[in-house]
Design a protein around this ligand. Structure first.
Ligand SMILES: C[S@@+](CC[C@H](N)C(=O)[O-])C[C@H]1O[C@@H](n2cnc3c(N)ncnc32)[C@H](O)[C@@H]1O
Length: 364
């Protein structure tokens, strides 16, 4: 499938920077849970599937290169990288110790200053920032031995044009997400996901050496389940209803609400498997879903995580589309609505899943 590299993304894709109370750093406990839940699988995957000889390592070539695609500001990326390094060191049996080089990738508007300030001084690797969209080439050919991406690839390169076009049958009026209720909308989102994933795989195929591994962790849905049936879909609908309330109050225009959609697509494992097979650059070594708690143990912490975690992730999108002056009001209203309506999640028929995929780059 021919795909086009994407050179630029909207500024708003980045998470809230800094390390203040509203930052991603302080409000990404769900994503940290994902890193924790995948630790064992990453370690086992490296143990079973990494082959130093076929990667071309010998006593004169001892630098192992890793990249985290969509690392954000930390601290989750540091945990993930340390886990990978530990597992690689454990597996390796060469005479000379390995040197590690780690590339931290995210969009150019990501807060790389906070990331570099919080890099551990006692770290065992050479670190480099790698700004740019991962829907395109970022590194020279055959640079990487291990690529990693956690909780990023459900983010599309853009909202499909049709879903915000009032003349299109795929116009998604009345919803801010791919809720699965209108087939034209689902088709448009699914096509965008397919194209973006293919672009991502093609770019990484150039950058990863033959026999190199790639771990992809991303949010998805069980086969045959729609977003509107899942707790997370109800959460996005609640955010959408806040925007409608804001329009009714005259804070934002209805037209603006109609043209706002989340650039997110939650895929099924069947869809991903098909994309990877058709792409043809990687073999699927493991395809599973993580087994971990979607919800916290207490209602209070569930509410806290949903309110502040949501803002740390989506503030940029709201700000860019509606203007910075409405951000505070919108998220205050969202927080209140979440508190008042939290029981709706008890009625969710399904939960989303978090895919865990381990790929190996074919030898050409
Ligand atoms: C939910 S955060 C996950 C961050 C981190 N991996 C973690 O587990 O905490 C998603 C990250 O993906 C980044 N991202 C989204 N689209 C991207 C793209 N096309 N290229 C690079 N980074 C992207 C965002 O800027 C954000 O930092």
């Amino acid at each position: 499938m021919a795909t086009e590299e994407i050179k630029e993304l909207p500024k708003s894709w980045a998470m809230v920077g800094g390390d203040g109370p509203q930052s991603y750093t302080q409000n990404s406990s769900y994503q940290k849970g994902v890193v924790d839940a995948s630790k064992e699988m990453v370690t086992e995957g490296i143990k079973d599937k990494l082959d130093f000889k076929s990667l071309g390592f010998d006593s004169s070539n001892c630098t192992f290169r890793i990249a985290d695609f969509g690392c954000s500001v930390g601290p989750n990326t540091f945990l993930a990288v340390e886990n990978i390094i530990k597992a690689v060191e454990h597996k390796h049996s060469l005479q000379r110790p390995l040197a590690f080089q780690v590339f931290f990738n995210d969009v150019p508007t990501n807060d790389f200053n906070t990331l570099s300030k919080t890099l551990h001084s006692s770290r065992k690797y050479f670190a480099a920032g790698l700004p740019g969209t991962f829907y395109g080439r970022l590194l020279p050919k055959s640079t990487l031995h291990f690529a990693y991406s956690s909780y990023c690839l459900q983010w599309l390169s853009k909202v499909p044009n049709e879903v915000v076009d009032s003349k299109s049958p795929a116009w998604n009026k009345g919803s801010i997400q791919c809720d699965g209720l209108k087939k034209e909308v689902t088709k448009a989102y699914s096509a965008q996901f397919q194209s973006d994933m293919n672009t991502f795989l093609n770019a990484r195929a150039q950058e990863i050496v033959g026999g190199g591994l790639m771990v992809i962790i991303m949010a998805g849905l069980p086969d045959g389940i729609f977003m509107s049936q899942a707790g997370v879909g109800m959460y996005y609908d609640l955010l959408g209803s806040c925007l409608v309330d804001m329009a009714k109050l005259g804070v934002i225009s209805e037209e603006k609400v109609d043209s706002f959609n989340l650039p997110l697509y939650y895929s099924s494992s069947k869809e991903i498997e098909e994309i990877i097979k058709v792409n043809g650059n990687f073999s699927i070594e493991i395809m599973d879903s993580l087994s971990h708690q979607i919800w916290q143990t207490s209602k209070k912490s569930n509410i806290e995580v949903s309110v502040s975690g949501g803002r740390a992730v989506f503030q940029g999108l709201v700000e860019e589309h509606f203007g910075s002056e409405v951000v505070e009001k919108t998220f205050e209203h969202f927080a209140k609505k979440l508190v008042d309506n939290f029981s709706i999640f008890d009625g969710a028929a399904h939960e989303h899943i978090d895919h865990f995929i381990l790929l190996k780059r074919h030898f050409n």
